[in-house]
Ligand binder design. Structure first.
Ligand code: PLP
Length: 375
């Protein structure tokens, strides 16, 4: 088995065929199971799909295989995974240190929790480690941030969190286990929005939590009700079979797009982890950097004009699917922030984010070229 990548077991699975000969695992499209039965999952009798479902459990075992850890739970969305972990782990007066540059809904959720007495310290990504001290309960970062593609220094955060006894949670959505495995580096939990690269085809909403002995969080999932539907689990399982191929091709296409954009006269700045000032740190634990590239034009008007001129690249939110997708953070993902707040994060009106898809890279570049020629 290669260290990063799909093991044969992750593709072919184990004994989940229940005596039948399908090479594809069945979708257990049922809410309830006959009772009593000696079939059990996690040592519990299988009875109700909000608790456990064999198709969902199969996905959980595959994700555990990919990310490391010894337990995994799948959820109805990335946000369900995050909210269940947070509610199941934090209590009144606990302090969570995080980056202002994490996914907007995650940060908003943390702010909501302030009404239950949870204290949130949100700082720029590169400053997170300075705020991790005695008394901090949890540190929450993303492997690669959005939309400026900053890489978090996970080995350093692991060290500091261990020193002060804080729980380290890493949202690995942009990297996937193909590019980075935070649990192997010593993180306590990994979260992923499986809606993105894991599913990979923009046809499913799902979330994953991987960690160690998640029995306590299993109870929270059961009671909050954010379990994954078996058909959604099947779609993510199918996505996983090509995850490595897709992610590596997304990276290759993105590298070509970065080369093209950095040499274009009308592009003021390109954002991609290899262009980060701290590239040495970035290289400590990753050697490929994913399929998302951001770039800055002179102003918002030009950015919108480019967006409207695209012919192949689609204008939509989200990322990580086979289609190339472009968004304008100032009027989409970050529109709820004030202009000053966006400026503090480095998100100008001229910034565009491109999730580079799996089309022929020449088609993607030609589309960018004709759109940029319009401004
Ligand atoms: N984490 C990151 C980094 C994301 O980009 C997203 C969604 O865009 C989420 C979590 C939430 O995932 P979902 O949309 O599946 O709830």
């Amino acid at each position: 088995m290669t260290k990063r990548g799909l093991s044969t077991k992750a593709i072919h699975g184990g004994d989940e065929r229940g005596g039948f000969t399908d090479i594809i695992p069945p979708i257990h499209r049922t809410a309830i199971f006959l009772h009593p039965t000696d079939v059990n999952i996690r040592g519990r009798e299988l009875k109700y799909s909000r608790e456990d479902n064999p198709t969902v459990y199969l996905l959980e075992r595959r994700m555990m295989e990919l990310e490391g850890g010894n337990d995994c739970l799948a959820f109805s969305s990335g946000m369900a995974a995050i909210s269940t972990l947070i509610l199941g782990t934090l209590s009144k007066d606990d302090v969570i240190v995080t980056s202002k540059e994490i996914y907007g809904a995650t940060l908003q959720l943390f702010r909501f929790l302030e009404k239950f007495g949870i204290k949130v310290v949100a700082v720029l990504n590169e400053e997170v480690s300075n705020y991790v001290k005695q008394g901090v309960k949890m540190v929450f970062v993303e492997t690669i941030t959005n939309p400026l593609l900053k890489v978090s220094d996970i080995p350093n955060l692991v060290k500091i969190c261990k020193e002060v006894g804080a729980i380290l949670v890493v949202d690995n959505t942009f990297a996937t286990p193909i590019l980075a495995r935070p649990l192997e580096m010593g993180a306590d939990y990994v979260i992923e929005s499986a809606t993105k690269y894991l599913g990979g085809h923009n046809d499913v909403i799902a979330g994953i939590l991987v960690g160690w002995n998640l029995n306590g969080i299993w109870d929270w999932r059961k009671n909050l009700g954010g379990c994954l539907d078996p058909f959604a689990a099947y779609l993510v399982l199918r996505g996983l079979k090509t995850l490595k191929l897709r992610v590596l091709e997304h990276c290759r296409n993105a590298e070509e797009v970065v080369k093209y954009l950095t040499s274009h006269k009308k592009v003021k700045k390109v954002y991609y982890p290899t262009l980060n000032h701290d590239y040495e740190m970035v290289r400590k634990f990753m050697d490929k950097f994913g399929g998302v590239v951001s770039f800055e034009l002179e102003n918002g008007e030009k950015a919108i004009k480019v967006l409207k001129s695209l012919k192949i690249i689609k204008r939509a939110p989200s990322l990580g699917g086979v289609e190339s997708i472009m968004s304008h953070p100032a009027t989409s993902s970050h529109k709820n922030l004030s202009k000053e707040e966006r400026e503090e994060l480095g998100i100008s009106d001229g910034l565009l984010r491109l999730s580079v898809g799996l089309e022929d890279v020449n088609d993607i570049i030609n589309d960018l070229d004709q759109a940029l020629a319009n401004i």
